[in-house]
Design a protein around this ligand. Structure first.
Ligand SMILES: NC(=O)c1ccc[n+]([C@@H]2O[C@H](COP(=O)([O-])OP(=O)(O)OC[C@H]3O[C@@H](n4cnc5c(N)ncnc54)[C@H](OP(=O)(O)O)[C@@H]3O)[C@@H](O)[C@H]2O)c1
Length: 359
C-alpha cells in the first residue's frame, strides 16, 4: 500500500457536499479557495468537493448540482448579499440548508462569546441531522466543543475546529494524535498573529505601539478596532478552547487572567531590549490541582527559547507532557487564505477519520 496516497487519480469518486452558513469574509474566502483547489483535491484524494448551499443573514441559495464558489465569492466581495441574487430564498431555515443533502456544514457566523449563538444552534442541529460540522465561528467551540464532539461521536460524524484555534498552525490535532497516552501538563502559545506582528514591528523599527498598530491596519492585518487582538481576547478565547478540549472542560473565558500588549510599560520594553529578549503575547494553561490555570500576558522570551524566533504574524505552540516530553510547533501565518485552508483541511479530514484516505 505504500505510496498509494501519492498516486494520481483521474476521476473523483467520493462526493463531499458542503454548505457554508455565514457568507462573509471567511465564507467567501472558503468558497473561492475550494474552487481553486478542487482539481487538486479530486486528483490527489479522489474527493469531489461540491458547494451545495450558502447562507447569509438575508437568505440562502442551494443547488444539489453545485454552486459556483468563485462567482459567489466575487458577488459577496462586491458588497452584495445573497437575497439580491435571483433564485435566492429570503428566509433561511437550517432545515432548508440540510435538505440540500449536505455531508459537511461549515459555520462561519459572527462569534458570540457569551451564548455561542446562532452558530451553536446550527452546529447542534447539523450534528443531529447527521452532518459533519466544521467551525470558523469560535463561539460554539468556546462554549461547547467537547459537548459537540460527544454528540457528533454518537452520530458517527465529527467536529472540525482547527480554524478556531490557530488555523494554519496545527494545535488540537497534534495534541490529540501525537501526544496520545501522555498527560498534558502545560500549553504555552503565541496564538494571535496580529499582536505578534505589532510587537515585531515595534522592536525591529523602534516604533511605538500606536505606530505599529496603524501600520498593521494600513496593511489590512489589524482590524479598524484592534482591541480584540491587542487586549489579548483572541488569545484568551483560543486558549480556553484548547484548555477545555485538552486539559479541563470546566475552564471558562472569564477565569482567564488577561493582560494585553496595549498595556506594555516602557521599562518592560527597555528591559527586553537590554537583555536581548523578545516580547511575545503568551497564552499559558497549566494543569494544577485537578484543574487548569489559564493566563494571557506579554512575556520576555530569552534568546535560547524557540519562541524567540517566532516573528511577524507567525504563531507557535509548546506542549509539555509527562511521558512524551515537550513538543513545539511553529508556523501558520494569519490571513483569510490560511483560515480557508484550515477549513478545507478539516473538511477533508471528515474523509480520513482513521488516518487512511477513503475514495
Ligand atoms: N476573519 C478571520 O480571519 C477569522 C479567522 C478565524 C475565525 N474567524 C471567525 O469566522 C467567523 C466569520 O468571520 P467573518 O470575518 O467572515 O465575519 P463576517 O464577514 O461578519 O461574516 C459573517 C457572516 O454571517 C452572516 N450572518 C450573520 N448572522 C446570520 C444569521 N443569523 N443567519 C445567517 N447568516 C448570518 C452574515 O450575513 P450578512 O453579511 O448578511 O450580515 C455574514 O455573511 C467569525 O466567527 C470569526 O470570528 C474569522
Amino acid at each position: 500500500m505504500a505510496g498509494t496516497r501519492g498516486l494520481a487519480r483521474l476521476t473523483p469518486v467520493d462526493l463531499l457536499r458542503f454548505a457554508i452558513v455565514g457568507f462573509g469574509n471567511v465564507g467567501a474566502a472558503l468558497a473561492r479557495h475550494v474552487h481553486e483547489r478542487s482539481e487538486r483535491v479530486g486528483r490527489r484524494y479522489g474527493i469531489d468537493l461540491r458547494l451545495v448551499a450558502v447562507a447569509d443573514s438575508t437568505g440562502f441559495l442551494n443547488d444539489t448540482a453545485g454552486l459556483d464558489g468563485n462567482e459567489l465569492a466575487a458577488w459577496r466581495e462586491s458588497g452584495r448579499r445573497l437575497a439580491e441574487r435571483s433564485g435566492a430564498h429570503r428566509h433561511c431555515q437550517l432545515e432548508d440548508v440540510l435538505a440540500a443533502g449536505v455531508d459537511v456544514v461549515v459555520i462561519s457566523l459572527p462569534t458570540d462569546r457569551d451564548t455561542g449563538k446562532p452558530g451553536l444552534n446550527v452546529a447542534r442541529a447539523s450534528i443531529a441531522a447527521g452532518a459533519h460540522v466544521v467551525l470558523a465561528d469560535k463561539g460554539p467551540a468556546l462554549l461547547a466543543l467537547p459537548e459537540l464532539e460527544r454528540e457528533a461521536a454518537l452520530r458517527g460524524v465529527t467536529v472540525g475546529a482547527s480554524a478556531t484555534v490557530g488555523a494554519a498552525l496545527p494545535t488540537l490535532s497534534v495534541a490529540r494524535r501525537e501526544l496520545a497516552g501522555a498527560e498534558l501538563l502545560e500549553i504555552e502559545a503565541i496564538l494571535n498573529g496580529t499582536s505578534n506582528l505589532i510587537l515585531t514591528s515595534m522592536r525591529e523599527r523602534g516604533i511605538s505601539f500606536h505606530e505599529a498598530v496603524a501600520e498593521a491596519q494600513r496593511a489590512g492585518i489589524a482590524e479598524p478596532d484592534p482591541s480584540y487582538d491587542v487586549q489579548g481576547w483572541d488569545t484568551a478565547v483560543k486558549l480556553t478552547i484548547l484548555t477545555r478540549a485538552l486539559i479541563d472542560e470546566r475552564a471558562t473565558l472569564n477565569l482567564v487572567g488577561r493582560t494585553g500588549i496595549d498595556e506594555l510599560e516602557p521599562d518592560f520594553v527597555e528591559w527586553a531590549h537590554r537583555t536581548g529578549g523578545r516580547i511575545r503575547l503568551i497564552g499559558r494553561a497549566v494543569r494544577r490541582n485537578g484543574g487548569a490555570v489559564v493566563t494571557v500576558a506579554p512575556e520576555v522570551v530569552p534568546p535560547h527559547n524557540p519562541f524567540h524566533l517566532v516573528d511577524g504574524a507567525r504563531k507557535a505552540i509548546r506542549f509539555v507532557t509527562d511521558d512524551l516530553g515537550e513538543l513545539v510547533v511553529t508556523g501558520g501565518a494569519s490571513g483569510r487564505r490560511d483560515v480557508a485552508a484550515a477549513l478545507l483541511r478539516d473538511m477533508l479530514a471528515t474523509k480520513c477519520q482513521s488516518g487512511v484516505w477513503k475514495g
